[in-house]
Design a protein around this ligand. Structure first.
Ligand SMILES: Cc1cc2nc3c(=O)[nH]c(=O)nc-3n(C[C@H](O)[C@H](O)[C@H](O)COP(=O)(O)O)c2cc1C
Length: 171
């Protein structure tokens, strides 16, 4: 599958087969994120990978996600970034926090396209209770937690969502 095919194939997947994702495959995904570019090459992204049943149960018990399907994913990648990694002096009107959001989003896109290539499906989930999630996984206070990525082998094939035309998005 080439990049264009992965871009066109990717869609949000919210139902997953009861099939484990191997440690090697999980590493493939995280390595794709690792290769992404970042502002000043700071690489502020950090991931908490949830596979373990006990930890998942802790997330369920603490109701960290608004949507229950997230708990059913064989792999939940909690995507964080540490804005304090950037140099103190910031450029123009950019802030370290902006850079952290941008860099993490770029990296997560690499990850999700690699997942697509490997026959996996997932979805960006921002609908999370961050304080509860932070506590449950001991995520440092200074990390931002913009979204999580539940990932698994797809158990659904929903229709692709429509996109605006080029004319509508190019001004
Ligand atoms: C930043 C971001 C946050 C999102 N948050 C959620 C979410 O909390 N729950 C959810 O079910 N989908 C979430 N989505 C998925 C979007 O609804 C979905 O990507 C969009 O409708 C387009 O559909 P597609 O991904 O199938 O192309 C999110 C997507 C993005 C990019």
């Amino acid at each position: 599958m080439n990049v264009n095919e992965a871009i066109n194939k990717r869609k949000s997947i919210r139902k997953y087969q009861d099939r484990e994702i191997s440690a090697e495959t999980a590493s493939e995904l995280l390595n794709a994120a690792r290769k992404a570019p970042s502002a000043k090459n700071v690489q502020s992204h950090r991931y908490f990978v949830v596979k373990n049943k006990d930890i998942k149960e802790k997330l369920v018990n603490n109701k960290v996600f608004k949507q229950d399907y997230v708990y059913n994913a064989p792999l939940i990648i909690v995507c964080c970034a540490d804005p304090s990694q950037y140099p103190k002096s910031v450029d123009v009107d950019e802030t370290p926090e902006h850079y952290a959001y941008i860099d993490l989003s770029v990296a997560a896109s690499f990850l999700i396209l690699r997942a697509t290539e490997l026959g996996l499906g997932g979805v960006f989930v921002a609908w999370i209770y961050r304080d509860k999630l932070r506590k449950a996984l001991n995520i440092p206070e200074n990390y931002i937690i913009p979204f999580v990525l539940p990932i698994g082998y797809p158990a659904e094939d929903p229709p692709s969502k429509p996109r605006k035309s080029l004319n509508e998005i190019c001004e």
